[in-house]
Design a protein around this ligand. Sequence first.
Ligand code: CO
Length: 299
Amino acid sequence: MVKKRFLGWMLLCCFLFSGFAVAGDAHHDMDHKGASEKGPAILLVTFGTSIPKAQAAFDNIEKRVKAAFPDVPVKWAYTSHIIREKLAKTGRHLDSPEAALARLMEQGYSRVAVQSLHMIPGQEFHDLQVNVNAFKQMKDGFERVMVGYPALSTSEDYARAVDIIFSIIPKDRKKEDAVVLMGHGTHHPANAVYEAMMYRLQRRDPNVFMGTVEGILSLDEIREMLMERGVKKAYLIPFMSVAGDHTVNDLAGDEPDSWKSVLTGAGIDSVPVIRGMAEYDAFVDIWVDHLRGVMAHME
Ligand code: CO
């Protein structure tokens, strides 16, 4: 009897050291389901990018997620159908979130922490929540599956993002030079996040602005504000996870309607900074901390 218990402890230790999280009800589940001894998996979900250089940002996210959760398998999914198709032609096959979740279910995972790598809780985030919830409701679906919030979800997130923005402004920027962030912008009510950011940035430094490509705080509005303040020079910084198509073309492109061209045309010397937010560790850590909150529910 004593020997048997000792053997049990030995086995338990083996499980622990081999990286299995032995949850309270794991043994019970194992008896019935077989697959449930598998620990949780992490699914990172982004819009995606087909620009090879922008991939550096995703590599950085993966590195920091794996450092935070060393024993947990990390998978990726891209929500953009167009980008998945583009990449498939080059031999890179990326899953949609739904395909990735189905695959994880097939592989016997019962707990999945999904982390939205979006900037704001907008349309794509809400679509993701709807589809993830469907996986929870289906028969023999996941026991636990949750979606972590995008980068700018709480006022604490806003404060962190503002600090990061001020820390990445090029060192040679003078006080009278403007800094213009380019957010994506959306028809979704969450576009208000950009206005909240604008307020916080302006409170700290009236020469720092938040604009968007597709929402309000349009380039026209930003240009007007810069001219009102008599700005002669501006640093243009993408406020997106990766320096993808919007950065390369809409922000820094040579086309007459790019932000650089329009502002230069208004007499403002414009210096684009080609680097996505996910290339800055401190910014990635906002997502990692949201994921930490979800992982706490996966035990
Ligand atoms: Co876009």
